[in-house]
Every structure is written in structure tokens, then in C-alpha cells.
Design a protein around this ligand. Structure first.
Ligand SMILES: Nc1ncnc2c1ncn2[C@@H]1O[C@H](COP(=O)(O)OP(=O)(O)O)[C@@H](O)[C@H]1O
Ligand SMILES: [Mg+2]
Length: 343
């Protein structure tokens, strides 16, 4: 971690405390813990970013993700975890940012290795909170989240997180080469690993067409990428370590419907052979999911396959969840009652 980088990060942390974005006390402890835990990634940001503004933006994004309300502790004697099989179980999980079960309660389900679980529900229903419990951005206040039969709190945090690939609504890219952006978090990745991840994420084609390929610089003065291309790089980044568990929290939300199609193709490749959680807004994604969880104010209101849920005329999925589908094709199909056949 370079001197300048550290100064920027500490100043930024202090500023967040002053702004009330992270609380004094636990907030500072979490901040210090993050500096330590993510030293690798933070060093990357500091090295890659070549202007103060760039550092602040990058750090801001990282802290949004890591801005945890409680201290995440490593267990004294962690259960060894090299590569998880990918079974994810929630057992009567409750969660709230204030310590009361205000955000999630009574959440139970089992995701078998390699299955695809789609989450639907209104904004604020708790989808992101639920997903954040898996890599321990926060801990449950009751019940347990289990991977391969052990509570996630029994694993070393870094071992746990190495098994989980994450893609969010918007992705941060650095002013660095495309290769470095994909290898974010694992600077030792080989060119082969980077290309394999890009191929799976359906990004290799467009990268290859750029004059400088993987060496193309992004950011100011560098190549301008479309929203769909940015998200495909983010998916490649999430796939770099071949994680057995993949979390796609609304990766197409900030994308216009035309480019959404490119990302959906990338998502399909990415999901293969992994336990995948996806916050979905499209019928095509929901139809393909093995299991759909409908969240309503922090509870699982309904569950089942698309077909099963559509068969319940008074069900919340059929009545409301599906009306939130954002894309034109989904809307047309809902209006004409044609939600079954594959697109
Ligand atoms: N950092 C936070 N502090 C306090 N409350 C939060 C925070 N983030 C989200 N919430 C609240 O938690 C609830 C669940 O939010 P979220 O998991 O983001 O829902 P979804 O992803 O389904 O839109 C909402 O009521 C939201 O306002
Ligand atoms: Mg969300």
C-alpha cells in the first residue's frame, strides 16, 4: 500500500465518519479491518488510480460495498475451505441494520450445488440484504447462513469470499488496462486466466476487436465502453477465480433494454456449473431459474418454479412481482398471457 494511497484512504474514511456515512466506534473498527482485509485490493486501487479524483471514486465504490454495519470477525479456529461444493442454506435467518429483524425474518431455503436461484420482490424487500449475508458483508442476527454444511461464520472471511463471485448493478472500472480491470483482486492472474474469464463472460469478442485488445486503457482518454460492455467486464472479473458461488445483484438494472441482451448472454455462460443467485427483472431469466424466491417485506412470501408460481392465480408472484418486469418483451408477453414458451 503506497503512502499516498494510505493517506487518501484514511482521509476518505475520516470524511465518511464526519459525514455520518460510517459510525464512529464500530465504524472505525470496520474501516480499520477493511484496510487490513482488503489490503491487496486497496493497494491495487492506490497503484492503478493515477489521480486523486480517480482514487476517491474507486475508494467510494469499494466502501459502498464494504460499508458493513457490524464488525465481521474471523473465527479463532476456522473450518478449512479450499473450493466449496456450493451448497447454500439459509436456516431461519433474520437480519436488520439496527439489530432488530426489520429487514429479513424467517428466511429458510436450500440451494443445491450448481442450481440457479432467482430473487424477485419490490425495491426494499430485502433482496440485496439477503445476498449480502452470503459473503458476510453483514451477519445474520438470528439463524444461520451455511455453505457446504457449515455456518459462514466458521470459515476464514477471505477463504469464504474467494468462493463467491459478485456482480452489482453498477461496476467500477479503473483507469487501467482491460486486463488489469478483470484481474482486480487477483493481480497474479495469468493472461490465460483473464482470457478464459472474458470468454465465459462473452467479453472476449469485443475486447479482441479493440486495437490494443486486453491492453486497452479504460477511463479518461482511454476507450469508452458501453454499459453492457462494462457489465461484461464485471462478470469476467467475478469469474476470474472460477467461484463455485455467483451472486448477480441486478446486473442489468442500469442498462438500457437494447444492451441488456448482451449481458444476459454473458450471465448464462457465467452461471453454468455454479450455484447462482440472481436478482431478476426478466421473464427469460425467471423461466430458466431452478427456484424462485419471492421476497415481500423481508419474508419469503412464495417460492417455486416460474411455472408453479404462475399456476397460482391469486399468488403474489403472478399478481404483482411479475408486473415489475422492466423490459418490453416481458411486458408484451405478460399482456398477451404468453409467459411460458422459451424466448
Ligand atoms: N445501509 C443501510 N442502513 C439501513 N437500512 C438499509 C441499508 N441498506 C438498505 N436498508 C434498508 O433495508 C431494506 C432492504 O433493502 P435491500 O436489501 O436493499 O432491498 P432490495 O435489494 O430488495 O431493494 C430496505 O428497507 C432498505 O431501506
Ligand atoms: Mg437491491
Amino acid at each position: 500500500l503506497s503512502q499516498t494511497g494510505l493517506v487518501i484512504l484514511l482521509a476518505y474514511g475520516g470524511w465518511l465518519v464526519i459525514q455520518g456515512r460510517i459510525p464512529l466506534g464500530t465504524g472505525l473498527v470496520v474501516f480499520a479491518g477493511m484496510l487490513q482485509q482488503f489490503a491487496g485490493q486497496i493497494a491495487n486501487i492506490a497503484n492503478i488510480a493515477d489521480s486523486l479524483q480517480q482514487s476517491l471514486t474507486a475508494a467510494g465504490r469499494v466502501f459502498e460495498i464494504l460499508d458493513a454495519p457490524v464488525e465481521i470477525r474471523n473465527p479463532a479456529n476456522p473450518v478449512p475451505l479450499a473450493r466449496a461444493r456450493g451448497e447454500v442454506e439459509f436456516r431461519d435467518v433474520a437480519f436488520g441494520y439496527d439489530g432488530s429483524p426489520s429487514v429479513l425474518s424467517g428466511v429458510s431455503f436450500v440451494a443445491t450445488p450448481g442450481s440457479c436461484i432467482a430473487l424477485v420482490g419490490a425495491t426494499g424487500a430485502g433482496k440485496s440484504a439477503l445476498l449480502g449475508l452470503i459473503p458476510r458483508f453483514y451477519d445474520a442476527i438470528a439463524g444461520s447462513v451455511r455453505i457446504d454444511g457449515h455456518d459462514v461464520r466458521d470459515y476464514a472471511v477471505d477463504a469464504l469470499r474467494r468462493n463467491i463471485g459478485l456482480v452489482f448493478q453498477e461496476s467500477f472500472l479503473f483507469r487501467a488496462s482491460i486486463a488489469a480491470n478483470i484481474a482486480f483482486g487477483n493481480p497474479d492472474a495469468t493472461a490465460e486466466q483473464i482470457e478464459r474469464a472474458a470468454r465465459t463472460a462473452a467479453a472476449h469478442e469485443f475486447i479482441h476487436r479493440l486495437p490494443k485488445g486486453y491492453d486497452t486503457l479504460l477511463g479518461e482518454g482511454g476507450a469508452d465502453l458501453s454499459g453492457g460492455q462494462r457489465q461484461r467486464l464485471a462478470i469476467a472479473r467475478a469469474l476470474l477465480l472460477e467461484p463455485p458461488i455467483l451472486i448477480l445483484d441486478d446486473p442489468t438494472a442500469a442498462i438500457d433494454p437494447e444492451t441488456e441482451e448482451e449481458i444476459l448472454g454473458a450471465m448464462e455462460g457465467a452461471m453454468k456449473g455454479r450455484t447462482t443467485f440472481v436478482v431478476a427483472h426478466r421473464l427469460s431469466t425467471l423461466r430458466r431459474a431452478d427456484h424462485i424466491l419471492v421476497l415481500d417485506r423481508g419474508r419469503i412470501a412464495e417460492r417455486g418454479s416460474h411455472r408453479e408460481l404462475m399456476a397460482r392465480p391469486e399468488g403474489i408472484y403472478r399478481r404483482t412481482a411479475i408486473l415489475q418486469m422492466t423490459d418490453k418483451e416481458s411486458r408484451r408477453r405478460i399482456e398477451t398471457g404468453d409467459t411460458e414458451e422459451t424466448a
